[in-house]
Design a binder for this molecule. Structure first.
Ligand code: FES
Length: 126
């Protein structure tokens, strides 16, 4: 693992459940059965992600990538955040071992799911 992966694994940023989240994204890893949750709070005017946290029952790679993605997505608009790909996260971490790529996909998938759910919710309100 790269130094950056180890850093995010040892000191994960933005960990924890957000009780008053605007939307919660979910992703599961079919290979190992681990789960990932991403909580977001969004400014309805600007669509900027104001707060973002994660919870995972995954391995060290899953923890490191979700920690990384919360830092990447924070302060971005939903349009920008949805463009963060699985590969962006891995690149930002300085690469991941190939056998761990499926773990790192969880974070991007859960983030995209959270954005999708938030948008559905807002649509219903209009
Ligand atoms: Fe399950 Fe990595 S082994 S998320």
């Amino acid at each position: 693992y790269s130094e950056k992966v180890m850093d995010h694994f040892r000191n994960p940023r933005n960990v924890g459940e957000m009780k008053d989240a605007d939307a919660v994204g979910e992703a599961g890893n079919p290979v190992c059965g681990d789960m990932m949750y991403i909580y977001i709070k969004v400014d309805p005017e600007t669509e900027v992600i104001k707060e973002i946290t994660f919870q995972t029952f995954g391995c060290s790679a899953a923890i490191a990538t979700s920690s990384m993605i919360t830092e990447m997505a924070k302060g971005k608009t939903l349009d920008e955040a949805i463009k963060i790909t699985r590969k962006d996260v891995a690149d930002e971490l300085g690469g991941l071992p190939p056998q761990k790529m499926h773990c790192s996909n969880l974070a991007a998938d859960a983030l995209h799911d959270a954005i999708k759910k938030y948008r559905e919710k807002m649509k219903d309100k209009k």
